[in-house]
Design a protein around this ligand. Structure first.
Ligand code: ADP
Length: 190
């Protein structure tokens, strides 16, 4: 499962908003001893701190749209260059577009690394809306939820096929309890 030497794995999590990918990424990262890197969390922190980055992304995020690929490329490149990510990582929320998948591939290629797995957590859309309404984060109005799901369907879901063709895709049924989904992911990676 690991790459060269004693490196930990490099894993991407795909999944619609409300699929549980953030929860599963955090659980798996702890198990593997690699950082779980959530771009959504990084951006929310930037907004909360009122940093320059936060100022630039606040409105786009509030609408449920995607931050520009170029800006995300800077954020991710900088984060992956930090020491804790050199020996493996779990990406939660990146890539989200075909362009971002290209950027990630280029970043990895420059350091002669590659992805080990792409885990797609699949949940039907009706179920996602139900979950999102229950979760009710500050920005989770019905309209924003639907915008995020649409963006996922149009821009991110095509990455499933992209990674399937590269034979990196592992799909997981996300319509079960957190611990059942977790067990399946651990089993797939064994
Ligand atoms: P979700 O709750 O939809 O799973 P995240 O917590 O991953 O969302 O991200 C929250 C928001 O941050 C997104 O709706 C988007 O505006 C922005 N964002 C996060 N990651 C990216 C990315 N890779 N590209 C563009 N925008 C992003």
């Amino acid at each position: 499962m690991a790459g060269a030497g004693d490196d930990g794995p490099r894993i991407v999590f795909l999944g619609a908003p409300g699929s549980g990918k953030g929860t599963q990424a955090a659980l798996l990262a702890e198990h593997l001893g690699v950082p779980a890197i959530s771009t959504g969390e990084m951006l929310r922190d930037a907004v909360a701190q009122g940093s320059l980055l936060g100022e630039r992304v606040r409105e786009v995020m509030a609408r449920g749209e995607l931050v520009a690929d170029d800006l995300m490329a800077e954020v991710v490149e900088e984060r992956l260059a930090r020491g804790d990510a050199r020996r493996g990582f779990l990406l939660d929320g990146y890539p989200r577009t075909a362009k971002q998948a290209e950027t990630l591939a280029a970043i990895l290629e420059r350091s002669s690394k590659r992805l080990d797995h792409v885990i797609s957590i699949e949940v039907p859309e009706e179920k996602l809306i139900e979950r999102a309404l229950l979760r009710q984060r500050a920005d989770d109005t019905g309209e924003v939820i639907r915008a995020r799901l649409r963006v996922y369907r149009e821009k991110t879901a095509p990455l499933i096929d992209h990674y399937r063709k590269q034979r990196l895709l592992r799909t997981v049924d996300g319509e079960r309890s957190v611990s059942e989904v977790q067990s399946e992911i651990f089993r797939i990676l064994e």
